[in-house]
Design a protein around this ligand. Structure first.
Ligand SMILES: Cc1cc2nc3c(=O)[nH]c(=O)nc-3n(C[C@H](O)[C@H](O)[C@H](O)COP(=O)(O)OP(=O)(O)OC[C@H]3O[C@@H](n4cnc5c(N)ncnc54)[C@H](O)[C@@H]3O)c2cc1C
Ligand code: SF4
Length: 414
């Protein structure tokens, strides 16, 4: 198959999904389920699938994960559920992500509507940011009968699902289906509204019973050596422009340099190759054994023909020439490229929001997801914990559960 930007790897068929499910050892203590940060419970959904009960399997996934179809595609399963799978000690772990994808694809094909709102409580919560944490929190709040308005700065919901993760790993249609299911719970989703600019913080405080801040880490960390260099662009800006169709293959030069050794750098390098750029070089500070990118992503990037160089840090840049020095050896390297894309991390930007997260960092765990203001909560990438989609789902769910406890009193499941 042609590996272009749009092509997603094929999923399992009914027969390959059943064969894969049949490999499951049906462990009583279900280590895979314990290892899933969002409690998506693979042990139970695989068991249902073995009985050809696809509906039951989809219901298990949706019990705890409103973004089950997304997680199926993007979870670093080798660090979570599949790492814990005892079958891995015999031959290969069960392909849990792929089974989850098969089940959620069937859910969509069969038009199942599993999520349902709870009885109205009259309480209202504003969520700032429609990334995975905000979307999951909205679902949990609506299931408990709390009214939800989500304010999203971008034109579309999804956060980094929509404006970061490339199409070949996560097709936009999958995100759109997940968002539609959540909006159908009567979530008032207002896109193109930046809190602090288009609507004021004080306005939200006056109208809503609580505010949940899930704005993610949307600003790029900069490389001082590349400051003010006209040939450079941050990885998140590049990926967002490609995903939204603002930047196409025709706009790209033939030589591009990528700086970084994480998953985001691999996404950039692979995207460039899939768009047809002939010469893509990625230089990372880390040595290969320490790369932050997952093994799967690194292998995928290698396969596309990207030149990978490890152990060098940038020390100087002059227009389209970047000089690197080896971390350990007395070696220098100068690379010339028409475009330079840096992927050295993301940070939060809380401009216009009155939120004190210091408080949250100190007491997270003791008083979950609170900030210094008793009516303001925070979740997702901006609070401590892994910065992955499945963790954002879990944090969004836990923050929403805490809000329910505060607003409704007692046990929100009553
Ligand atoms: C390129 C890339 C690839 C990634 N790949 C993976 C992967 O394969 N697997 C994985 O698990 N994780 C991956 N991640 C990480 C994952 O996407 C994040 O951990 C996750 O999206 C965090 O969710 P969030 O809801 O906290 O924030 P975000 O997804 O960052 O969403 C925050 C939202 O808030 C909105 N917002 C910000 N400020 C305001 C404001 N003032 N008013 C209104 N709205 C506002 C933003 O527009 C955005 O939509 C990747 C990240 C990137 C950048
Ligand atoms: S949500 Fe992710 S980590 Fe959890 S079981 Fe599914 S694929 Fe594994």
């Amino acid at each position: 198959m042609v590996q272009n930007y749009q092509t997603e790897a094929p999923g399992l068929t009914l027969s390959t999904a059943m064969q894969e499910a049949a490999r499951c050892l049906l462990c009583e203590d279900a280590p895979c389920s314990k290892a899933c940060p969002a409690h998506t419970d693979p042990a139970r959904f695989i068991r249902s699938l073995r009985f050809r009960n696809v509906k039951g399997a989809a219901e298990v996934i949706r019990e705890n994960n409103a973004l089950g179809a997304v997680c199926a595609r993007v979870c670093p399963t080798e660090r979570y559920c599949e790492l814990a799978c005892p079958r891995g000690q015999i031959d290969q772990p069960i392909r849990i992500g792929d089974l989850q994808r098969y089940i959620t694809d069937m859910e969509t094909k069969l038009g199942m509507e599993i999520l349902k709102p709870g009885k109205d409580t009259g309480k209202r919560v504003a969520i700032i940011g429609a990334g995975p944490a905000g979307l999951q929190a909205a679902t949990t709040l609506r299931q408990q009968g709390i009214g939800v308005t989500i304010f999203e700065a971008q034109a579309k919901a999804g956060g980094y699902l929509t404006y970061g993760i490339p199409e070949y790993r996560l097709p936009q249609v999958i995100i759109d289906h997940e968002v539609d299911r959540i909006v159908k719970l009567c979530v008032d989703l207002r896109c193109g509204v930046r809190v602090g600019q288009d609507v004021s913080w004080d306005h939200l405080k006056a109208i809503y019973d609580a505010i949940l801040v899930t704005v993610g880490c949307q600003a790029a960390k900069e490389l001082q050596q590349l400051a003010n260099n006209v040939c450079t662009e941050s990885a998140i800006s590049f990926l967002a422009r490609v995903k939204s169709g603002q930047l196409t293959a025709a706009d790209l030069p033939s030589e591009v340099l990528v700086i970084g050794g994480g998953d985001v750098a691999m996404d950039v390098a692979t995207t460039l190759k899939r768009l047809g750029v002939p010469h893509v070089t990625d230089v990372a500070y880390e040595e290969f054994s320490e790369f932050r990118a997952s093994k799967t992503e690194l292998a995928g990037t290698r396969q596309t023909g990207v030149t990978l160089i490890d152990g060098y840090k940038p020390v100087a840049a002059h227009q389209n020439r970047v000089t690197f020095r080896h971390r350990k050896m007395a070696a220098e390297l100068t690379i010339t490229a028409d475009k330079i894309i840096y992927a050295v991390g993301q940070k939060m930007d809380l401009t216009g929001l009155v939120v004190d997260l210091q408080h949250n960092e100190r007491i997270l765990g003791a008083a979950k997801y609170h900030t210094a203001d008793p009516r303001v909560f925070a979740a997702g990438d901006i609070v401590p914990g892994d910065q992955t989609v499945v963790f954002a789902v879990q944090k969004g769910k836990e923050a929403a559960t805490e809000i329910c406890r505060i607003l409704l009193g007692g046990n929100e499941n009553d």
